[in-house]
Design a protein around this ligand. Structure first.
Ligand code: ADP
Ligand code: 5GP
Length: 209
């Protein structure tokens, strides 16, 4: 038996659309290759190259609502006139198994998970909140336009939400500024790595023989 066996970590990553969350996480996974992505449900349409069951579970609004009614979500939110949610089945058993689970969710979802953790010591033991911020709001617009994935209407919705989202930085434990990608990836890797050494995730009592 490994006496240093641990529960996993639930890493909640938020940041405005276009700040570089997906790009950064891809970099970090090159180093921390055991990070598991929780695949969210969404009612938005897939972007070119996105696949059902890989980036998201793409659901019809009725399918999403059925999961809400069945209590299948750990959290869910309405964002940019679409619905997004994290399935309990993507997260809870993996934490018990000691895995590192990553959620890329918005601030409404992060708040719901914080509230849930206040009532649930098992969740509280494992959860960490990390905000990815742009160096400025102007650079965010440049990146989002550069990605070229949104209509002008969606772009305006996303930029409008960014400022409000960033003003909630106080609910996060960590803030990483994604200015130079390489540097930000090193910083995020360091933060995520540190979670693996916490005493509170140990499963067994130590040195009690
Ligand atoms: P998010 O997942 O947060 O919505 P993306 O990872 O899709 O954002 O990044 C948005 C755009 O910004 C992409 O075109 C990406 O290549 C670019 N990008 C990401 N990080 C940086 C950075 N540090 N500097 C410049 N551009 C970046
Ligand atoms: P996108 O449409 O660009 O993939 O994502 C838009 C926003 O939805 C991002 O801010 C992302 O973090 C958020 N998001 C993705 N999945 C979830 C989820 O399951 N729950 C919540 N609350 N937000 C999510």
């Amino acid at each position: 038996m490994n006496q240093f066996e641990r529960y996993g970590n639930l890493i909640v990553i938020s940041g405005p659309s276009g700040v570089g969350k997906s790009t950064l996480v891809k970099e970090v996974r090159k180093v921390l290759d055991d990070l598991k992505f929780s695949i969210s449900c969404t009612t938005r349409s897939p972007r070119p190259g996105e696949e059902h069951g890989r980036e998201y579970y793409f659901l019809a609004p009725e399918e999403f609502e059925a999961k809400v009614q069945a209590g299948e979500f750990l959290e869910y939110a309405g964002i940019f006139a679409r619905r997004y949610g994290t399935l309990k089945s993507e997260v809870l058993s993996r934490l018990k198994a000691g895995e590192q689970v990553l959620l890329d969710i918005d601030v409404q979802g992060a708040k719901q998970i914080r509230a849930a953790a206040e009532k649930d010591p098992e969740l509280a033991r494992s959860v960490h909140f990390v905000l990815i911020a742009p160096p400025s709001l102007a650079s965010l617009e440049t990146r989002l336009r550069g990605r070229g994935s949104e209509t002008e209407e969606q772009l305006q919705l996303r930029l409008g939400a960014a400022k409000a989202e960033l003003s909630n930085y106080g609910i996060y434990d960590y803030i990483i500024v994604n200015d130079q990608l390489e540097q930000a990836a090193v910083e995020l890797t360091a933060v995520l790595r540190s979670f693996r050494f916490l005493t509170k995730t140990l499963k067994n009592e130590l040195f009690n023989e």
